[in-house]
Design a protein around this ligand. Structure first.
Ligand SMILES: [Zn+2]
Length: 433
């Protein structure tokens, strides 16, 4: 995945935040993303130790408890939750007429009514209340002298997009588990529902794979290049100490996935292939084409000419290896989708590799782009045989797109993804420009 993409995604989110205007309101209502409709009322609703929630069932109580934990932590009181009761200051009522993620939130000075079809809608209504509360609610410790009020307002809301994602690139910049949980919490507050977890790249392999321990023993460590920008960092020399490190154990991954699930966020793992694989190949160099005769190390920066060190498409051990890796990944991530990468594969070694050339002949492939199509298609069929769907970057449009691929557009202004859409493929639009 191109390095610039992550910055673009973050900037996009910031722009969305800056553009929200709370027009026509007597009191400031600041919500991101902006709800479909906001109608101002009069006065404020006041949260206190006496506030009670009335919920219909335990499922709703779970959602409300997660919200009241914020008050416990920041305000020092915990509203009561009455299950199976219709009388309370804040009432949750199921309305099956609403769409899955939609909600209606009526706040008056006396009470709050929340309507939704199910837990996701209630969760998002509670996130809106969270944003309407004083900012101290996010402080993480009890603050005194705060009036825990929210303005009277009626909000009707539902998402415009089904896939509301954030890509986190922990391969280039490892982020400890604690930071990731905080990121997930902030995503929830912004009603995002998909975390694209970029776990492997030239610059680090960040997920423990029991069958191949060297992926993390070697692949999660790299040399330091202090004071240098990512694009300026020299490639490693053999024998240089690898002091920068970090990866998630399988227990860490389970905790991250569960934490996200509780917040209605699907975590989609990305295992890059055939390129962006220097970290894996540093650990298992025999999986590169046999014509590669230079040292393969985990790259501290962009890597320059090492971008052509990629998995060999003619070596069956590569497919066995990747299937074994995916077996463990599928076990850890219950997501409907698995991202297989597929971007920026330079074919110079494939052109010179006898194994790759033999594969092309055997499979009657016209060129190396079609060889990549073969590679991605073979891996996609494996993932699909396990009941999951596959996502790949928009370079897959360079050859025949393997069946069933959802194409994620990053190049240019998204033209390649549009081409895939015209061919009937589903797309995720994240153009870097
Ligand atoms: Zn090869």
């Amino acid at each position: 995945m191109r390095y610039r993409t992550i910055h673009t995604l973050v900037c996009f989110l910031l722009l969305m935040a800056a553009n929200i205007q709370a027009d026509n309101l007597t009191q400031p209502v600041s919500l991101v993303p902006c709800p479909v409709s906001i109608v101002p009322g009069t006065g404020n609703f006041h949260f206190s130790a006496k506030t009670t929630f009335a919920v219909e069932n335990e499922e709703q109580a779970v959602e409300v408890r997660r919200f009241t934990e914020l008050l416990t932590r920041a305000a020092g009181f915990t509203p009561r939750i009455k299950v199976g009761n219709k009388k309370g200051d804040i009432c949750l009522t199921t309305d099956v007429g609403l769409k899955e993620e939609a909600y209606k939130l009526e706040i008056t000075s006396k009470r709050i009514n929340i309507h939704a079809a199910g837990v996701q809608g209630f969760f998002y209504a509670l996130q809106s209340i969270r944003q309407l509360l004083p900012a101290a609610i996010e402080g993480g410790q009890v603050v005194t002298g705060i009036n825990w009020i929210i303005p009277a307002v009626t909000i009707t809301d539902q998402p415009r997009f089904g896939y509301r994602g954030l890509l986190v690139d922990v391969a280039r910049f490892f982020s400890p588990k604690e930071n990731l949980l905080r990121i997930i919490d902030c995503m929830a507050m912004l009603k995002l529902n998909t975390l694209h977890f970029h776990l492997t790249d030239d610059n680090g392999w960040r997920i423990e794979i029991k069958k191949y321990p060297e992926l993390t023993e070697i692949g999660s460590r790299r040399v330091e290049r202090p004071g240098k920008n990512f694009s300026e960092r020299r490639n490693p020399r053999q024998g240089e100490p690898t002091v920068e490190k970090g990866y998630y154990t399988q227990d860490d991954i389970r905790e991250i996935v569960a934490y996200a699930q509780e917040r209605h966020i699907e975590v989609i793992p990305e295992i890059e292939m055939p390129a962006h694989s220097n970290a894996a190949l540093a650990a298992y160099p025999l999986l590169a084409c046999p014509v590669v005769n230079k040292y393969i190390g985990v790259l501290p920066g962009l890597g320059g000419m090492n971008a052509d060190v990629i998995y060999c498409a003619g070596n069956d051990s590569v497919f066995t290896f990747l299937q074994d890796v995916l077996d463990e990944v599928l076990e850890l991530f219950p997501s409907k989708y698995i991202h297989l990468g597929g971007d920026e594969a330079r074919k110079t070694h494939w052109e010179a590799c006898p194994l790759c050339q033999a594969r092309m002949k055997q499979e009657k492939l016209e060129n190396e782009e079609e060889l990549q199509g073969y590679f991605m298609g073979r891996m996609a069929r494996y993932v699909q045989s396990k009941g999951r769907e596959v996502i790949g970057w928009d370079e897959l449009t360079n050859a025949t797109i393997p069946e069933g691929f959802i194409i994620q557009g990053w190049q240019g202004y998204g033209q390649a993804a549009m081409k895939a859409a015209e061919l009937g493929h589903r797309i995720i639009m994240t153009p870097a420009r």
